[in-house]
Design a protein around this ligand. Structure first.
Ligand code: GLU
Length: 509
């Protein structure tokens, strides 16, 4: 398979919104494919109809699109190995189940769910666990203990059956995993998994192996939770006479605090999203937050995810998608789980806020302004954004930091007023207002500051006292960007208006 084109797939089941761990799996597959000039496929594994959730498939595709993960072959894209939705490939799997029966690697099992439940309960009452395996299959209702005529009779009478894999006895299955090295499992610890269900659908195991083969997948890159399935999959490849793809099982993403895997339920409980996009459960209407709706840039989210489990081997932390593709190497993915850090995720967003072109940020910020009923010229917004983005993690922070660029204060911060609005201040502000009325220099921060400073000195006022009170008039509080820059931006008339307003509306406390 050396000269074979690299082909990988992301194979989610549409059982709900895609967890960020799933997005990372998709991302690592994508990076690996791009880095090696290969193909990235999206296959929807929807053979378990009981777990199907409407909207989940669309959500998965939308999430990948938002992250900039481009699919070469998939449900929407099509491709030479389609269909890419397993429910549409239903007819295909039975043939392989039958092939496995013919070669003696699988068998029909007629045990009803009730019979199996009873066996489980009976074992449990003795403190044991019932397993369908080499030790028990000889006493159960299956084609290993019946003759061919009996089997055919049951089938033609419409008796329900499943097809089970006949796990070989005491065989060490050894396989190499790109991330974990050599992994060995003994078959005596594995059960006779169902491959084909009574509803005519394959199980995950059969469909996954058949499709990976038919879709010419060269590398299976997936979450650690699938590692225990690897021996069965390897045996299935062998039994079908196919070469196995290479495997890479990614480490878990762990909770930021405490032990264990970051679960779907952790997010809103711990105060951060675990999903890329907001999700409304179609059955309960419960809403789970998403990175997109919480104001994260997709680049920041992707950058953060890439470094969860993968280490570039350098100090570099900020990577564009192109840089990730260039630097990515499965050999640098660690075995042990990585703790998710919500604060670091915010840090990434802040970094991208600084990196993003002012124009682009201004356009997004304008949407937010429009929602507030504010219509500002784009070049004005660009200037505000450029001035404030260093102080912002999310776009709404720019509003928090710079609302006064767009509207006059409607209230004045009580604490700041108490501290700064002293006896004599209103008279001083009145004089400042007249100073600006008389001012004929350029309406430009540097020039204004010089002339104004001279005016303050002339009056023998304390500079701190003046500037603090002046700021309260313009901003409404002791905060914000350089005061003269604000005045330059809002203009002469507005500056004078705000000074007069303050004199009329603030009382000394
Ligand atoms: N359908 C499986 C899932 O939901 C795919 C596992 C695999 O990649 O083999 O994760």
């Amino acid at each position: 398979m050396n000269n074979q084109k690299i082909r990988v797939r992301f194979a989610p089941s549409p059982t709900g919104p895609l967890h960020m761990g799933g997005v990372r799996t998709a991302l690592f597959n994508y990076l690996f494919a791009r880095k090696n000039g290969g193909d990235f496929l999206l296959r929807i594994e929807d053979t378990d109809q009981t777990r199907y959730v409407p909207g989940a498939e669309e959500y998965i595709m939308e999430a990948l699109r938002w992250c900039g993960i481009k699919i070469d072959e998939g449900v929407q894209e099509g491709g030479p190995c389609g269909p890419y939705r397993q429910s549409e490939r239903k007819a295909l799997y039975k043939e392989f189940a039958l092939r496995l029966i013919e070669s003696g690697n699988a068998y029909y099992a007629f045990d009803t769910p009730e019979e199996l439940d009873a066996l489980r309960a009976e074992h449990e009452s003795r403190g044991e666990t019932f397993t369908y395996n080499a030790a028990t299959r000889g006493q159960l209702r299956n084609s290993l203990v019946m003759n061919a005529v009996e089997v055919q009779k049951l089938i033609s009478e419409g008796e329900k059956y499943v097809v089970r894999f006949k796990m070989p006895v005491n065989v060490d299955v050894t396989e190499s995993d790109i991330i974990r090295g050599t992994v060995t499992f003994n078959t005596d610890r594995l059960d006779d998994k169902v491959l084909f269900k009574s509803d005519g659908m394959p199980t995950y195991h059969l469909a996954n192996v058949v499709d990976d083969h038919l879709m010419q997948i060269t590398h299976v890159i997936r979450g650690e939770e699938w590692l225990p399935s690897m021996p069965l999959h390897v045996l299935l490849y062998q039994s079908l006479g196919w070469e196995s793809p290479k495997f890479a099982h990614l480490p878990l993403i762990l909770k930021p605090v405490g032990k264990g895997k970051l679960s779907k339920r952790d997010g809103d409980k711990m105060g951060f999203p675990v999903f890329p996009l907001q999700w409304t459960d179609p059955f309960t209407n419960e809403v789970s937050s998403g990175y997109r709706e919480d104001g994260y840039f997709p680049e920041a989210f992707v950058n953060m995810l890439a470094l969860l489990g993968w280490n570039p081997g350098t100090e570099q932390e900020i990577f564009s998608m192109e840089e990730l593709i260039e630097a990515f190497d499965l050999a640098r993915v660690g075995k042990s789980g990585s703790k998710f850090d919500p604060e670091k995720t915010k840090w990434f967003n802040h970094q991208y806020m600084i990196l993003k072109p002012d124009n682009e940020l201004a356009e997004s910020f304008n949407v937010l302004l429009k929602e507030k009923g504010i219509d500002a010229p784009l070049d004005y917004v660009v200037k505000v954004v450029a001035m404030l983005k260093e102080r912002a993690t999310f776009l709404p922070d720019i509003w928090e930091q710079g609302f006064y660029f767009f509207e006059a204060p409607t209230a004045y911060n009580e604490k700041d007023v108490k501290k700064r609005w002293k006896e004599g201040v209103p008279e001083m502000i009145e004089q400042i207002a007249s100073f600006f009325v008389r001012y004929e220099g350029a309406w430009e921060a540097f020039q204004m500051k010089e002339t104004f400073s001279a005016f303050v000195t002339e009056n023998e006022w304390g500079f701190g006292l003046v500037m603090n009170a002046f700021r309260i008039c313009i901003v409404g509080a002791s905060m914000g960007a350089d005061l003269f820059e604000i005045c330059e931006m809002i203009g002469k008339d507005e500056t004078i208006k705000r000074l007069n307003n303050a004199v009329n509306n603030i009382s000394i406390v």
